[in-house]
Design a protein around this ligand. Structure first.
Ligand code: HEM
Length: 158
């Protein structure tokens, strides 16, 4: 049985659920691509949200990026995100929440010795009813901070 949402994450409860949709990615060093995505955000009654994401190429259906992490609110208007990727990259973010709008900037990005170089990541995410939109900017592989991803997902009815 799912426990009640912890009061400290009540203002984030509109994120909870499964979300599916499509996105597009680009960067000066790679070919642009389109992807389909599924995001699951859940809770266990404690004051954090568990986040899990996986993507596939929109044309070839090959698995692409995936990541998992946790959102942790700090009071009502700030929050932290830790997120790990199978490509050897770990991001620690801090940012703000204002209604349905979350803005996060990395305070540290750690990479394994074989991972691609990533120095900075910014993530903006909005939830408007049953629609989630996000953008990800990154500074990576010698390039300055700039756009990498944009996606729009819809809440999967439970
Ligand atoms: C929806 C999520 C994402 C998708 C679908 C995605 C997809 C891709 C694809 C298809 C490539 C080009 C091929 C490759 O190198 O694998 C790529 C490159 C890359 N992505 Fe992403 N990515 C996502 C999220 C991220 C995030 C969150 C980061 C870092 C924080 C990141 C960092 C990179 C880097 C460093 C490269 C290599 C660029 C290069 O080698 O020139 N990606 N991504």
């Amino acid at each position: 049985m799912t426990p009640p949402v912890h009061p400290d994450i009540a203002h984030l409860s509109n994120l909870i659920g499964t979300w599916r949709g499509t996105g597009a990615g680009e960067y000066p060093t790679i070919e642009s691509f389109r992807y389909v995505e599924e995001v699951t955000i859940g809770h266990v009654g404690k004051p954090f949200l568990a986040y899990s994401q996986k993507t596939r190429h929109a044309e070839t259906d090959h698995p692409l990026h995936a990541e998992q992490g946790y959102f942790r609110p700090v009071g009502l208007d700030q929050l932290e995100l830790v997120v790990a990727q199978p490509s050897g990259i770990v991001e620690v973010h801090e940012g703000t929440i204002d209604g349905g709008e979350i803005e996060l900037a990395s305070v540290i990005v750690a990479t394994s010795s074989t991972a691609k170089e990533v120095t900075t990541v910014r993530r903006c995410l909005t939830v408007d009813g049953d629609t989630m939109r996000y953008e990800v900017d990154m500074g990576a592989v010698g390039q300055p901070l700039q756009h990498h991803l944009r996606a729009e997902l819809s809440r999967v009815p439970s």
